[in-house]
Each structure stands twice: as C-alpha cells, then as structure tokens.
Design a protein. Structure first.
Lengths: 411, 694
C-alpha cells in the first residue's frame, strides 16, 4: 500500500503506530533464506518467550484439567490478563510488526512455488495462524497439494498426506491399538493424522464414517482410541481438497461438517503472466523440497498465541454480528451462518490484522475474510440455487450493502 | 403485520377515493370506492408469492367485473364494451361537468379506476417491496387528483387529508422495526408539519383562489338546439294568450326567465351559452352581496321547449335528469323537450343591490356584449341613445333613462309586426312606434350597447295569475326584457316595455323584483348626477380595477418562492461551513479524527456510502481523483482506523494530523473541481441531510 503513496511514507513518520506495514514499519529484522535457522527466528521466539506468550488459552485449560503443562496454564492466565491491560498495547503494537514481517516472509516463500496466487496463500496462512482448517475446492492441477506442501516445507512442519478413497477406514486416519505380546499391553500406533499439516486429498471420496473421523479430530485436536486420548501436535492444520467437477461416486460433505472448516477457498487458474513464469522455470525452478525454511513449528505456535491478543473493538463485534445476522435473514438463504461462523470470522480477522502489522482489527479485515469464512456455511433456498446464485455472491452482496461502523462525529 | 399493512393500503385507497365526495354525491361513491379499494388489495395479498405479472393479469378481469357491477350495475356485454370508451372520455366529461357531478357511470368509472390503480400499486408495494411509506404515495396522488377535480365543490377535504396522513403514519409504523429516534422525532415532526400546513395553507394566495382545471378545460361547443329563437315566438304566443304553459308554486311573484340571448348579428338574437352538465348545482353569479333565496316548484303544462323556466338566477335544480346549464348566465336547459306534467324544483337567488352599489356600478363585459353591426342603423341608434341619456353620467342612470325613453316613445301593441332585425327595429323606432316586448327589449339592448353598456336580451314570463299560492303562466304572459352587466353586481334587468293598454288588470301581480326596482329608481332619480362620469370608456376600467389593490396573487407567490429559494441557497451554503467547523472543534480527539474523516468523505462525494471501509475510500480516491489525493487519504484512513479501533485511542496530535490531511484533500479537490460544478454540488439537497449516527 505504502509504496503507492510515497508522501505517506515520507511525511507520516508515525505510520508504524497506526499500521506497521511489513515493508517499512518494523524494525527491519534481517532475514536470510540461506540460513533459515539463524538469528531472526531465535530473536523472534525469544521475544515471545520473554513476554510469556507460549501458552494457548484453550490448551492451557485442557492441561490444567489433566494436571499437565501447569506452566502453560499460568501463561494462559497471563495472556487473558494482558488482553485486558491497555498498558501492554504498545508492546503488542511492536510485536504486530514482527508478526507481519514473518507472515510476509512466509507468503513470499510459498509464492516462489505457487506463482501469482498471493491472495490464496495469505488466506491459507491466516487459516494456519487462526488454528482453523482449510477446504480447497478447485479443479485438478491448480496447485492445491503444492500449496499444502509448500506451507509445510516453509515452516519445518511434519506433513502427512491422506488420499481419501471409498474404502478408507477411520483407523487408517487416526491409528490403531495393537497388542504387544512382549509387554502384554496395547500400544497405540499413530495414524497419519498425527502431523502438523495434514493434507486430505479429495476428502469427498471417502465414506461419511471416515470423513467424520477426520472432522472429529479437526474439532477436538485429539484422537481417542480405546479410551485413551492422544493429542495432535501444534500447529495443526488440515488442508482438505475437493474437486467440484467430478462428483460421481463421492459423498459430499454435509453442512455440519463444512462448518468445521474455517475457510473454503479456491486457488484458481494462474493468470497469463504467472503461468508463463511457471512454464519457464519448469525443470529448474524452485521446488517445494528446495524451499528455504522460514519458521519453525514452535515459532508458529508462538505466533498463533500472539494473534489471539489482537485487540477487537466493540464496533467490530457489532459489525461481525450484523454481518452474520444478515445471512440469517436473507430471503435467498435457507440456513444462515452459525455463531461458530462469527467466532471463526473474528479469529481470522485477528490474524489478518496482525498480518498487516496492526494490533487492532479494522472492518477491512472482516470484509476481506467474509466470503472465504462464511460462504461455504450457507445453505441456499432451492429458488436461489435454481437461479444459480452462490453463497459467495450472496455474502459479497451482503457485505457490500452492510454499513461499516464509523465514528459519529456529532455533525 | 403484513396483513395489517395490506389493510392499511386498502384504507388508504378508500380514503383517497372518498376525497371525490366534493365531485360526486357521497352516496354514489360508497359502493364504487369500497369495491375498488378492497378487491385489488385482496388479489395482491393472495398472489404476493406469485410473479408480479400474474397478479396484475389476474386483476384485469376483476377490474372489468367490478366496474360492470359496482359502477354500471349490470354485466351485460354491451356495458363491458362501453367501459374503455367511457373511461377514455371520463376525464374530459368530468372537467366539463358542474359540481356536484351527476352520479353517472361514465363519470364514476374514472373514480373507480383511479382508486383501483392506487389500491393495486399500494398493495403491490406492500407485498413486494420493503419500503416503509411508499405504498401511500399512489393514494396521495389520487387524493391530489380528487382535490383538483373537486375545486368548487361543496364540503372540505381536510378530514380526508388528515385520515390519509394518519394512515400513512400507521403504515410507516407497521413497517420494519423502527428506530426509537424515528418514533420520538418523526411522529411529532410530521404532526407539526401537518399542523403548519393546515394553518399556513389557507394563507397562501393559491388557497383563496384555488386553481380550477375546469377553467382551462376545452369548453363544450355552444348548443344550438332551438330552430326558432324564443324571441321570435313572442308575437305568436301573444296572439293566443290563453294557453297555459306552466304553473309555478312560489311564495314570491317573480318574472320567470326562459332563455338568455346575448349575441346579435343584425338579424337575430342568439345564445352563446356553453352548456355543461350539472348534477343540480348552478354556479353562483358575480354578486355576493345582499340577496334572498326563493324556492319554486314548476309544473309544465303546454310548454314544449328545452329551455326551463326559472326565476332570476337559479342556484339549484332538482327533479330532472340530464340538465345542462350555462355557468355564465345560469340558464337551464333540459335534456329533452319538456312535456306535460314534468315537475321540477328550482332554488333561485334574488339579488338585492343597494342604492350605493347601483350608484357606483360600472359596466363590465367583453366586446361581444357591446357588438352592434356597424352601419347607418348603428349611428342612428347611437344618436338616439345619446339624445335619450343626455345629462346622465352614472352608467346605471343612463340605462334607466334609456328605459324611460323607450317606454315613453312607443306603444305596446301585440298586433305590431314581429321581427327584430336592424331594419325592423329602425322601422319600429322611427315609423310605427308600436311593438311588443320583443322590439322594446331588442331596441333597448342595441341602444345600450352603443353607449358602452354590455347588454343582452332575456325572454321570459311575467309572474302570471295567482290561484292559491300557485302562479299560472300563460302564453300571454310572455315578455322580453334587457339586462345590463355591471362589475360586481352581475346582470341587472331593465324592462323598457310600456304597460299593456287595457290588459293591466290581468297582470295584477307585479314582479317582486320590479317593485323593488321602482322603489330604488325613485330614490336614484332624486339623486342628481353629481358625480362626473368615471371614464369615457367605462368598459375598460373594471378589468383593471381589482388588480390595483395591493400586490397581485402571482407576484406574492413569486416573491414567496424567491424568498424560499434564497433561504435554501443560504442554508445550503452555510450548513457545510458550519458542519466543518463543528467537526473540527469537537471536544474529544477521537471525535475530531472522526470528523476529519467524515468531512473528507463528504468532500469526496461519498456521503451516505455507509458500506465503504476506510481503505475502500482510499482506493476510490485513488481511482477517481488521482494519486496525490490518495497520498493524503491513506494516512488519514490509517489515523481514522487507529482512532476508532485501536485500544489506545487517538491523541490531540492525531487529530491535528487528521485535519491537516483532510484540509489537504479538500484543497486538492477544490482546485480540480470547476466552480460551476462545485456550486451545483453545494446546492444539492443532499448537503442538507444530516449525517446519521452509526
């Protein structure tokens, strides 16, 4: 943005305070692709550790219940206190700049492989940092799998790929308990779901039973086999893909399941120039395997925690609720968005704000995320479907007509 | 809630239809308005989930059926075939009808259709749109049409307007949930506005003399229904004086007026009356002074004519259908020739001008009423008339002296040769000096016209013979007299016919008007012409007389409009300035930042574009006004977002910075907008709309 407005950059010295844009607003931490494990990551992680934001509130509560990770529980309380403490706002503002820098770095890294798809990449990263899951719906060959692999490669995360087929069983995903004759006990053998990033390819090809096993893990973030719980690692991102064209012999995901995905996006075909770029670099261009490591999985967890501390002003909550409520009253929508949708929207908006280097959410964040976060959760009326209306179009219309909260200056 | 809104839509259409009560008799309206207001609303309510075209299509046959039943009272195919033509002609017919209009289907069909349209439009707006008060608009338009058509009718539409207002308010309240602010401010504001309109409305120049579309309507062609002029029949009637033509039951003996003839072509007197249908009312004459009403019941015996006898100027006629009247003269004409036994009631207004009024009377009338065919006869009449009225200066006195002159200079003789062409009148005046009232009245009219007195000839009857409260009028009672028109007094009668020799006893009942006249004449005769004649051209003067008093109505209206326009311009120019100042000087820094942002949005022409985020406004500025504007907009947007959404809020420095950016944008935009465009934008009503809190 700022590169278009030199005057802004030149004269408004305090710009970093309002919107610490990654290009110029932050401290300018040097980053080296060649040495991904070097200084920046350490400094970044250190900053978060000093602030004590390793813990995650939800996980903390969970840990407290089970008598484990009690230290994290304390952190969780600190986080909650910090959210209500305005004096911490300055620190958060500074850290937001670093977050944005890291986010941009990640996006740029992935864009080396997925050309010209910056928007889809950023949305996928928002999903990662909002601890949501991503549903990629697109025709084959548009880079759905590559996107998931690139994210995994960039963050030093464990990636597992599950090809969904009609004969896939739930235990093929979650893992099984096998009786060990040596120890005379059952041992749990983790399934492919125990990874940081799980790529569920063609998820609609599996039977509903298998689908629901996956969706359960997505929601609960742990696998329960034989009354024993096995938590999945952090960060945990499920990237499921669907092919909207070839629907024969598939089990379309029911609405309740779709609701568990934070976003549904489509990568789409690259534009002309980007496709030329892809062709040019075909044999020798950047490969997923050669992508430099930008962040460690533990850094990602820190960033996830940080994103929850982004400030959301009351008018933004109003705006989100009004937006979601509008989907419930629209005459063309049979089933509107659930409260889970509004929660998801706020969570994603926080990450989006942090990614822009802001420590507060603005309506732009909500507006930009409304379609990917809400559209797939709507069930249209048969009449609207007959008219070939789509959820995305309806959400776009609602957003375009919904007044943005603005301060009333009195006159 | 929707059902209630539909009901209100029906009531609105019904109320609008009821406004026609000034045009038609109220009883005739009830069924027509009720059907037209309810049926389409029911159709719209039942078919509101169907497509609009289907609902409209379904309404069409119902409209036809309803029209046939409610308006025509039958569903005969011939009636159905008549409806379109009647509807097409109804507007013109209604404009050419005096109020109250007769309750004829060909006129009522207009009311029926207008109310139907209002109901359909209103109900479809209720069913298919989310607008709040718009469904009342069609009804209000129909109300406006009704008010316009009802100008001059009896009664008032003020209660109907109040009902419409209340129903419109109800419709708005029944809409979607209304913010409390609307209720708290809107309802009293509308009430105050209505009260102001009620108080101030009658003070407007237009209210005193409301625009009457009938004045501009193409008047119907003069009716030429009598092959023989009534004036020509006087001699024939007088030769057989015993035939009883009609009887009149009246408490006062009066001259019964039959026909009014105001055009003379040198051979015959004819009528230029433009008759319009009436439901009974006859518009009042010019004078509004002292007068009394006389009711008469006329029963026709042997009279075979379309002219209807009535005393003086009728105000109301009943018991007849298809009556037409000439609004200028008040003459009544039946739809068909009268036949034996026909009875009707007439109320007439008998003017009683005072002595002062008669002394101050000035002639008034158009050139046609002064027309005398030029030639030697005209000069001769003028010479005689001037000779007869020598010494008289008051126009009324002139007419009187002329009347006396004719009475004294010739003799009444029913055997005198008939005719009233110029040569026969000249022959009557100079040679025979014998004639019937035909010659006396015609001669008086021509001589008066040469003196500049607008004159016409009236054919009528003397009061007749009284028998038990009923006046029997026979052919022998026929008489013609002349009338002169005076400004503010209307037509005053002059009877130049001398008393009938030997027959005086038969007419022992002198007309009440005549008696009154004689009394006034005596009083006036005593007063010598002490005042100079106002003007040598008396006919010109009265036209300009009323306009001299104060400013004319149109000038006042123009002045008022100009004042309003000036006030608007001042407000439109001052309000933005005041708003900007108030925004800049708001107490809180956050408010000042918000004010700067709003000001910039207004400058960019984005007032009311609520759904745009700050960055979208920046993008819009970049695309529409260029990068230099956007260069200031972008930081301003950042500050605004920061002030509004960041936890730490804005400080005074931020407010200053925001206003610096806002001013920069303002200057840039001002520099690149042409002055004319800037002015038109400033004057747009949008600038007056206060911003809404969000």
């Amino acid at each position: 943005m700022s590169s278009h407005y030199p005057d802004h950059e030149a004269t408004h010295a305090a710009a970093g305070r309002y919107a610490a844009d990654p290009g110029h607003g932050g401290e300018g931490v040097p980053v080296s692709y060649a040495a991904p494990q070097a200084q920046p990551q350490a400094a970044y992680a250190g900053a978060y550790q000093n602030q004590g934001y390793q813990g995650h509130p939800q996980q903390g509560q969970y840990a407290q219940q089970h008598g484990r990770h009690s230290q994290q529980a304390q952190h969780a309380q600190q986080v909650q206190q910090a959210q209500h403490a305005p004096q911490g706002a300055g620190d958060v503002a500074a850290l937001a700049g670093q977050f944005a820098q890291r986010f941009t770095l990640l996006a740029q890294n992935i864009e080396r492989v997925i050309r010209g798809k910056r928007e889809a990449i950023e949305l996928a990263l928002v999903c990662l940092f909002a601890e949501g899951h991503l549903l990629l719906e697109d025709v084959p060959g548009t880079g759905k799998t590559t996107l998931a692999r690139s994210i995994a490669a960039s963050v030093d995360a464990r990636l597992r790929r599950i090809q969904f087929t009609p004969d896939l069983l739930p235990s093929d995903i979650t893992g099984v308990s096998i009786f060990n004759q040596a120890t005379q006990s059952f041992e749990f053998h983790e399934g492919p779901i125990f990874a940081n990033i799980v790529l569920g390819d063609e998820i609609n090809r599996a039977s509903p039973k298998t689908q629901s096993a996956l969706l359960e893990v997505m929601e609960e973030r742990r696998v329960t086999v034989d009354s024993a719980s096995h938590p999945v690692p952090r960060p945990f991102l499920v990237v499921a893909t669907q092919n909207p064209v070839d629907m024969d012999g598939t089990y379309p995901l029911p609405e309740a399941q779709l609701d568990r995905f934070l976003m549904r996006i489509s990568v789409g075909y690259p534009d002309h120039a980007a496709e030329v770029e892809v062709l040019k670099g075909m044999p020798t261009g950047p490969q997923v395997e050669q992508l430099p490591l930008v962040a460690r999985a533990s850094d990602i967890a820190g960033m996830i925690d940080f994103a929850t501390r982004i400030h959301v002003a009351d008018p933004i909550y109003d705006y989100v609720v009004a937006l979601v409520a509008a989907t419930r009253t629209s005459p063309e929508i049979r089933l509107g968005a659930s409260p889970r949708a509004s929660l998801a929207l706020v969570r994603a908006a926080k990450v989006k704000a942090a990614a822009a280097g802001r420590h507060y959410v603005v309506p732009e964040d909500v507006k930009a995320l409304a379609v990917p976060v809400i559209a797939h959760r709507l069930v249209l009326t048969p009449e609207a479907e007959l008219r070939e209306r789509t959820g995305a179009a309806l959400v776009s219309e609602i957003v375009a007509g919904l007044p943005v909260p603005q301060a009333f200056a009195g006159v | 809630m929707t059902a209630a809104r539909f009901a209100v839509a029906a009531l609105l259409a019904g109320a609008a239809g009821w406004a026609f009560h000034r045009v038609f008799d109220a009883r005739a309206l009830v069924l027509v308005v009720a059907v037209a207001a309810t049926v389409p609303v029911l159709v719209a309510a039942l078919l509101r989930s169907r497509p609009l075209w289907l609902a409209l299509l379904a309404g069409l046959p119902l409209w036809c059926a309803g029209a046939a039943l409610a308006v025509y009272g039958t569903v005969a195919p011939a009636v159905l075939a008549r409806i379109p033509a009647d509807l097409a002609n109804s507007w013109q017919a209604l404009l050419g009808t005096l109020l109250p209009a007769p309750a004829e289907p060909r006129l009522l069909i207009l009311v029926y259709t207008l109310v139907w349209l209002a109901a359909v439009t209103g109900a479809e707006l209720v069913g298919r749109s989310r607008t709040r008060a718009a469904p009342a608009l069609p009804a209000i338009i129909v109300f406006g049409i009704a008010v316009l058509l009802g100008v001059g009718g009896t009664g008032s539409n003020l209660p109907v307007a109040a009902v419409l207002l209340a129903l419109t308010a109800l419709l708005s309240l029944l809409g979607d949930r209304l913010p409390a602010l609307w209720l708290a401010a809107g309802v009293p504001a509308v009430g105050a506005l209505a009260a102001l309109a009620m108080l101030a409305g009658p003070l407007l120049p237009l209210a005193r003399e409301p625009y009457d579309p009938r004045a501009d309507a193409v008047p119907p062609q003069p009716v030429r229904f009598d092959a023989v002029s009534p004036l020509d029949r006087i001699s024939a009637w007088l030769r057989r004086p015993e035939t009883e033509l009609f009887t009149v039951r009246s408490r006062t003996p009066l001259n019964w007026r039959l026909a009014v003839l105001d055009r003379y072509d040198g051979v015959r007197w004819t009528s230029s009356a433009r008759f319009v249908p009436t439901g009974g009312r006859v518009p009042p004459g010019e004078r509004t002074g002292k007068a009394y009403d006389v009711e008469q019941t006329v029963t026709v015996k042997a009279l075979r004519d379309r002219w209807l006898p009535a005393a003086e100027r009728p105000t109301w006629v009943s018991g007849l259908t298809g009556v037409v009247t000439d609004p200028d003269s008040g003459a009544l004409v039946a739809g068909a020739k009268t036949s034996q036994g026909l009875t009707y009631r007439v109320t007439s207004r008998i003017e009683q001008p005072t002595k002062e009024e008669l002394r101050a009377a000035t002639p008034s009338g158009d050139a046609a009423l002064l027309h005398v065919p030029a030639g030697r006869y005209e000069q001769e009449f003028r010479r005689l008339a001037q000779q007869a009225t020598r010494g008289a200066t008051l126009p009324y006195r002139q007419a009187e002296m002329l009347e006396e002159f004719l009475r004294g200079s010739a003799r009444y003789d029913i055997t005198a040769p008939p005719g009233h062409s110029l040569p026969s009148l000249d022959f009557f005046l100079r040679e025979t000096r014998r004639g019937t009232s035909e010659q006396f009245a015609a001669t008086f009219a021509l001589m008066a016209r040469t003196l500049g007195l607008p004159t016409r000839v009236v054919v009528g009857f003397r009061p007749g013979t009284q028998e038990g409260g009923v006046y029997k009028v026979t052919t022998g009672d026929v008489i013609a007299w002349a009338e002169v028109r005076f400004a503010g007094l209307g037509w005053l009668a002059f009877d130049p016919t001398p008393p009938r020799s030997g027959e005086q006893s038969r007419h022992d009942v002198p007309s009440a008007v005549e008696k009154e006249r004689r009394r006034l004449d005596q009083e006036l005769g005593e007063v010598t012409a002490d005042k100079p004649r106002p003007s040598t051209k008396p006919t010109r003067r009265p036209d300009s007389a009323p306009e001299e008093a104060g400013l004319p109505g149109w000038a006042l209206a123009v002045l008022a409009v100009a004042a309003l326009a000036l006030a608007y311009v001042a407000l439109a120019l001052l309000l933005p300035w005041w708003r900007r100042r108030a925004r800049r000087n708001a107490g809180d820094a956050g408010l000042r930042v918000a004010g700067a942002w709003r000001q910039t949005c207004d400058d960019l022409g984005l007032t009311g574009e609520d759904a745009l985020t700050a960055q979208e406004v920046v993008r819009h500025g970049d695309e529409t006004h260029g990068a230099d504007v956007a260069a200031h907009l972008a930081p301003l947007a950042d500050i605004t977002n920061f002030a509004r959404y960041a936890p730490d809020g804005a400080g005074p420095h931020d407010a200053e910075e925001a206003w610096r950016r806002s001013d920069a944008v303002h200057t840039l935009l001002r520099r690149r907008t042409p002055p004319l465009r800037r002015l038109t934008r400033r004057l747009h009503p949008r600038t007056l709309i206060p911003p809404r809190p969000r």
